[in-house]
Design a protein. Structure first.
Ligand code: ZN
Ligand code: ZN
Ligand code: FE
Length: 756
């Protein structure tokens, strides 16, 4: 926990709350904040988590609360430990913190000098990471350096008893940043509060408004206005990928979605992420509800609440939900600067609500999903980055460049790894530039000179190529191994473990494409303990966007040239006979049809075979829809599978399962039921592999584990069978976690060499 938690009676408060809930463990103070370890039944741990915020001592404030579940240590009592004076406070950069209740009161009080002022902040809240240009964190080292504090602000800043004592971005309407409304040509139409009112009016009238926020621009439209939402989709080049929403309040969000206590805590937390919530009625387009184009066919919505003063004032004015999607075209990095926004977003937005506080670096909104009653960060950016992940050992200075998609970078300093905010898919020149900037930024910010680099094994990734050009030794880390190491690092566990590393794609050590891997991790590296029987992907990357091609590859592997007739299987029916002839030839002559063991592709193939989706409009769509389809089908049933255990490395044969899937489909079983049985089978495969490996600890990582049903069922079944499963919490299971895994792998290789 970080924030105003020192010298305000925080430790005694934690002691009382823990004792009342009959939890054991300890609390201590360090230069970096307060660390608490609690031990007890899960429901009481959750109660602690939900009560610590609302019941904290009056003068304390929690700026960030990061937590994860660890193995029991069998504490006998709860203790207050001595303060830990180690750790350098200056090197710690806080994430941006959502507006605090006191500042909200100031802004809503017509007699306060900050009434309706959109840059109100204090020591407890406001921008941090998004405005820091160098350390130490002092005003001249922030993007506020150009604003000279007025007398009143200076008095607050210098008064130790004031809430704004040393609040670096302290400002008021007299001396601080201001907003302006521009038209698409950049002409100033309004300024100050009038600008905000005009922007709100634009949104009400169905216009697309680009709004400069904390870490970049949002594109905003009225979420109830279907025409406006479709206009935004078309202009942004985003066909079906769900849009994130901003709701005026928790109460209004509850009208649309089911919100648990933990989800409510997350929505209102200092981190204030986008939370994936279950809708009450998926297809409901009744009056007052939102456009059906927001998240087509999706029973979930990504919702956040206002987190900056500007958002609060805007949402108070509007009173209805809006789309608040990253200001970019398709998947490019988020825009941060007015001029850039006018050029890049000029063809999308009709109005631009801008301000003159520069943004030091692009930071997207974070995305979280609750799994097994715990938070899982799917996209780690604003509110979380760049808080470090503690490491078990002192590490050499390593710079990890991450993967290709959902790229993040990471550096290690001493016993900590700093993982960057989400950078994006390195598919465009803009994204690659953002990647290079993020690396340069980290090196400058932390005064960091790497001794070595770590990259993915794939030589074709732009990130890997960048690493080779740095003139330093590079450790090449296998993708799926990195996934497992990242999960182990954040869960603070050590080998031996069995890693289950399931995703779409990654280069294996044998030069083939992996993706459905069981890896036994030791202190010295990993051994491939098993993988899915491989199958071809006709058309390579095209197959990733067309699950029907993946399904065809799978069927070809099963039946060779004698595939079932056209109408029997939706995947085949989705092609014309000419297309089929060409694809069959491709497969028979194995032209551009690489074999893969990918578990992610198996999900795609099944989605296609049972007719859920043949072509996708965004990454992961088919697998997501397969997961959504099983909702409400409560079954323990699963399909048969075969594990070929002739060699050291086991091959899991999915053919018996796929045969049954096809049989079920032919007898008109409901898609949702087949989807549930398929998921259950994948889980039983994990359980069976865990049994045969004999490792107690099973680590679940890779993009497939963003699937809530898969993760929750795997954890439940493994627990029931006496294993100790662990999964991701603060670091994404997808490729956003790869950089952290690369750091650990490179350090292990380095330490091993040092010992020899
Ligand atoms: Zn505040
Ligand atoms: Zn002032
Ligand atoms: Fe991956």
């Amino acid at each position: 926990m970080r924030g105003a938690v020192q010298g305000v009676g925080f430790r005694p408060f934690v002691f009382r709350l823990a004792t009342e809930l009959e939890l054991t463990g300890w609390v201590n103070n360090s230069a970096r904040g307060v660390t608490i370890e609690l031990e007890g039944p899960e429901n009481r741990l959750e109660r602690f988590l939900l009560r610590v915020g609302p019941e904290k001592p009056p003068r304390s404030f929690i700026q960030s609360l990061e937590y994860s579940y660890l193995d029991p240590s069998h504490y006998k009592s709860f203790e207050i430990h001595e303060s830990d004076q180690t750790g350098d406070k200056t090197a710690l950069i806080l994430p941006d913190i959502a507006t605090c209740p006191d500042c909200l009161n100031d802004m809503r009080d017509s007699k306060n000098r900050r009434y309706l002022y959109p840059f109100t902040n204090c020591t407890n809240c406001g921008p941090r990471y998004s405005i820091i240009s160098a350390l130490p964190y002092d005003r001249p080292n922030t993007t506020m350096s150009g604003f000279v504090m007025c007398e009143e602000c200076r008095d607050e800043y210098e008064n130790p008893r004031n809430r704004r004592f040393h609040a670096q971005p302290n400002a008021c309407p007299k001396c601080g940043p201001h907003i302006e409304l521009l038209d698409a040509k950049g002409k100033v139409e309004q300024s100050s509060h009038e600008a905000l009112l005009a922007a709100a009016e634009g949104i009400r009238n169905g216009l697309i408004v680009a709004v400069k926020g904390i870490g970049g621009f949002h594109l905003m439209v009225d979420a109830r206005n279907d025409k406006a939402v479709r206009k935004l989709r078309q202009r942004k080049g985003r066909e079906e990928k769900p849009f994130a929403l901003m709701y005026p309040s928790l109460e209004t969000a509850r009208r649309e979605c089911h919100v648990t206590d933990l989800e409510a805590r997350l929505l209102l937390s200092p981190e204030s992420p986008i939370v994936l919530l279950k809708r009450h009625a998926p297809a409901d387009t009744a009056v007052g509800s939102i456009s059906s184009s927001i998240a087509p066919g999706n029973p979930h919505l990504g919702i956040m609440l206002p987190y900056s003063p500007l958002h609060h004032i805007l949402m108070d004015e509007l009173g209805f939900p809006i789309v608040a999607t990253s200001g970019n075209i398709s998947d490019e990095p988020i825009c941060t600067d007015e001029r850039e926004a006018l050029t890049r977003l000029g063809g999308i937005a009709e109005l631009f609500l801008v301000h003159n506080r520069p943004i030091a670096r692009p930071i997207d909104d974070s995305v979280v999903r609750v799994m097994m009653g715990r938070e899982m960060v799917i996209r780690r950016a604003r509110g979380y980055a760049p808080l470090p992940v503690p490491l078990k050992k002192e590490m050499p200075q390593i710079f990890a460049v991450g993967a290709h998609l959902k790229n993040t970078i990471a550096i290690s300093i001493g016993k900590e790894a700093f993982v960057s905010q989400h950078i994006g898919d390195l598919e465009t020149a803009q994204a690659y530039e953002a990647f290079e900037n993020a690396g340069a930024d980290f090196r400058k910010l932390y005064d960091f000179a790497p001794k070595m680099l770590a990259s993915d094994l794939h030589p074709g990734y732009l990130s890997s190529q960048f690493a080779e050009k740095q003139g330093l030794p590079v450790t090449h880390v296998q993708h799926h191994y990195a996934h497992i190491l990242s999960c182990m690092a954040e869960n603070e566990i050590t080998p031996p473990v069995l890693g289950v590393s399931w995703d779409g794609t990654g280069l294996g050590t044998d030069g083939t494409i992996w993706g459905g891997e069981f890896l036994e991790i030791s202190e010295y590296g990993f051994r491939r303990a098993g993988y899915f029987r491989t199958f071809p992907l006709p058309g390579g990357d095209k197959a990733i966007r067309e699950p029907r091609r993946t399904a065809l590859g799978l069927l070809f592997e099963m039946y060779g040239g004698k595939m079932p007739e056209q109408s029997a299987i939706p995947s085949i029916a989705a092609f014309t006979s000419q297309e089929m002839a060409i694809l069959k030839q491709m497969l028979e002559k194995s032209i551009n049809s690489h074999y893969t063991s990918s578990a992610g592709r198996l999900f795609d193939a099944v989605a296609s075979i049972i007719g859920i989706r043949q072509e996708t409009k965004y990454e992961g769509q088919a697998a997501m829809e397969l997961e959504y389809a099983l909702d409400g089908f409560d079954t323990e049933a699963s399909y048969p599978f075969r594990i070929d255990s002739n060699s050291e490395t086991k091959i899991i044969d999915w053919q018996p399962m796929i045969e049954e899937v096809i049989k079920d489909r032919r007898s008109d079983a409901l898609g949702g039921l087949i989807a549930a049985k398929f998921h259950n089978t994948m889980v039983e495969i994990i359980v069976e592999m865990a049994r045969s490996s004999g490792k107690k600890r099973v680590v679940l990582s890779g993009g497939c584990f963003q699937n809530r049903y898969l993760t929750e069922r795997a954890v439940t079944r493994l627990n029931a069978e006496g294993f100790l499963p662990c999964w991701h919490q603060r670091i994404p299971p997808n490729d956003g976690g790869i950089a952290l895994g690369q750091i650990v792998a490179a350090a292990m290789a380095e330490l091993k060499e040092g010992n020899e």
